[in-house]
Design a protein around this ligand. Structure first.
Ligand SMILES: Cc1cc2nc3c(=O)[nH]c(=O)nc-3n(C[C@H](O)[C@H](O)[C@H](O)COP(=O)(O)OP(=O)(O)OC[C@H]3O[C@@H](n4cnc5c(N)ncnc54)[C@H](O)[C@@H]3O)c2cc1C
Length: 381
């Protein structure tokens, strides 16, 4: 009679090989042997491989702002050997208030300008200098954030996975988790292949599938809703070097475009509720994004060079869910990063790792005080 297959034991199992799972695994790796289980063959196949890769401080809520600031020191100065090239490059972010919506600039600046001192209103002439194709008569007022940065998201994922390896852990692709059971203090995680692993701590970093993975484990029924966002790559106007352009958005976030290599990435900034899946773009959404961008700038789009969509996954209050499950000790939620998963990655991972390790969060993460209860799973229990 054949014996039962051996069960490999590690210290922490992370389910999900996107930026949430990889960054938390990396942050734990100096103290724990971590196994990252990812259903797809490679890391960052879903949301984390489809982002706009921009770091913008005046974005979303106070806690997200704090985690964004808490991420900056890591991105500016990653640990030795983490990255072969700088993770950040200057980008800039030009926000345009279309004519008729000028008054909204005051509320926006009142909310953000005192915290983001590089954020300021600029003249329409200056806006035109930054974006030479800006259409005369489109904008009534303009705001510029010169501190917005482009992130090397691929470099971030690879750096975190190197940390995991250096700590004695590993990334396993093609590893779909289909069962999570707890016996005593130990979880047994089963893959579709039949392979099994054991650990005292399991992290749910399954992105759009986080509610489903929570249900597999019998954890609290926390709702995480994937919202689709679409993007297209187009060529810039003949002869224009778009590389020097900032990221551009309407103040109302009804579209944005930004340089991507020598092309432009355009998005309608859509937020369409979508089931967790390998997301694909909708032609109508892409056309809307391009039409809005063309209203703002003289782009003359002839064709879409390529397009994609990804799922930005949100909890019911829009904040991430970080913390041990209130009903299933040892099961840790690291989900709901929405549209800021990269710019909050290092801060969020350091904060979650400290909690799992039972240590204090690093000072850099808490430099901008925030109410940590904002992330707790208990708020939905
Ligand atoms: C178009 C777009 C633009 C964006 N722009 C920005 C930006 O400019 N700046 C920014 O900071 N953020 C941006 N984001 C958001 C950012 O991409 C996300 O917040 C982040 O990628 C979420 O990471 P994740 O690891 O939670 O999810 P994912 O990358 O989706 O990873 C989750 C992983 O879990 C795996 N998984 C699920 N279930 C299982 C299972 N049962 N077994 C094994 N594996 C499983 C999945 O295969 C998946 O790979 C953008 C997102 C999109 C879509």
């Amino acid at each position: 009679m054949a014996g039962a297959a051996a069960v490999e034991r590690v210290e922490v199992i992370v389910i999900g090989g996107g930026i949430a799972g990889c960054s938390l695994a990396g942050a734990l790796s100096a103290q724990r042997q971590v196994l990252v289980l990812e259903r797809e063959a490679q890391p960052a196949y879903h949301a984390s491989g489809r982002s706009a890769a921009i770091y913008i401080e005046p974005y979303s809520s106070d806690p997200i702002f704090a985690l964004t600031l808490g991420t900056l020191p890591f991105l500016l100065n990653p640990p030795e050997g983490f990255a072969e090239a700088p993770l950040l490059t200057p980008r800039g972010y030009l926000l345009l208030a279309p004519k008729g919506s000028e008054a909204e600039v005051d509320a926006y600046l009142e909310n953000w300008a005192h915290r983001c001192t590089d954020l300021a209103e600029i003249s329409l002439e200056a806006a035109h200098g930054l974006l030479p194709v800006l259409r005369q008569g489109y904008a009534g007022r303009a705001v510029y954030d010169r501190n917005a940065l482009a992130m090397d998201t691929h470099g971030m994922i690879q750096g975190y996975l190197r940390q995991v390896k250096a700590g004695g852990g590993r990334f396993q692709g093609g590893a779909e988790v289909v069962g999570i059971e707890k016996f005593g203090d130990t979880f047994t995680v089963t893959l579709a292949s039949g392979e099994r692993f054991e650990a005292p701590v399991v992290v749910n970093a399954a992105g759009a599938w986080a509610s489903a993975v929570g249900a597999l484990a019998g954890a609290a029924p926390l709702r995480l809703s994937p919202l689709r966002r679409s993007a297209a790559l187009i060529s810039g106007p003949e002869g224009a070097d778009v590389r020097a352009w900032p990221a551009v958005s309407s103040l109302q976030k009804s579209f944005y475009f930004k340089p991507e290599g020598g092309e432009l990435m355009v998005s309608p900034a859509d937020e369409t509720p979508f089931d967790a899946c390998d997301a694909y773009p909708d032609d109508y959404d892409l056309a809307v994004g391009i039409a809005r961008a063309e209203e703002c700038a003289d782009l003359k789009v002839q064709r879409i060079n390529s397009s994609w969509a990804g799922l930005r996954t949100f909890s019911d209050d829009g904040q991430p869910i970080y913390g041990f499950d209130p009903t299933l000790p040892g099961f840790y939620w690291c989900a709901g990063q929405g549209g800021t998963g990269f710019q909050t990655a290092a801060g969020g991972a350091a904060w979650c790792a400290a909690e799992i390790l039972g240590t204090a969060p690093p000072e850099a993460v808490m430099a901008q005080p925030f109410d940590t209860a904002a992330f707790r799973p208990e708020r939905f229990a």
